[in-house]
Design a protein around this ligand. Structure first.
Ligand SMILES: [Zn+2]
Length: 81
């Protein structure tokens, strides 16, 4: 099994706090002093609510780790009969 490279979203430069955990939109204007996250995408559910900044970041990292595990799964192969 070949394990893929860790997606860029898992690296230390991935903006987990500035990225919406629901739609992936990025808020470049988010400052460290901003403790809540509200999405800039008006069609996103996170646009109508505010999330704790750290919760948003944690959900992004969880999503990234789930994606990494999904990519690391062996491909389905047909069973020989
Ligand atoms: Zn969003």
């Amino acid at each position: 099994m070949t394990v893929p490279h860790l997606p860029a979203i898992g690296c230390r430069w991935y903006p987990s706090s500035k990225t919406c955990c629901m739609c992936g939109a990025k808020r470049d204007d988010l400052k460290l002093s901003d403790r809540v996250y509200k999405c800039i995408n008006s069609s996103c559910v996170a646009h109508t609510i505010t999330l704790d900044r750290d919760l948003n970041a944690a959900l992004n990292l969880l999503n990234a780790s789930n994606e990494y595990v999904r990519l690391a799964q062996p491909e389905d192969t047909p069973v020989d009969k």
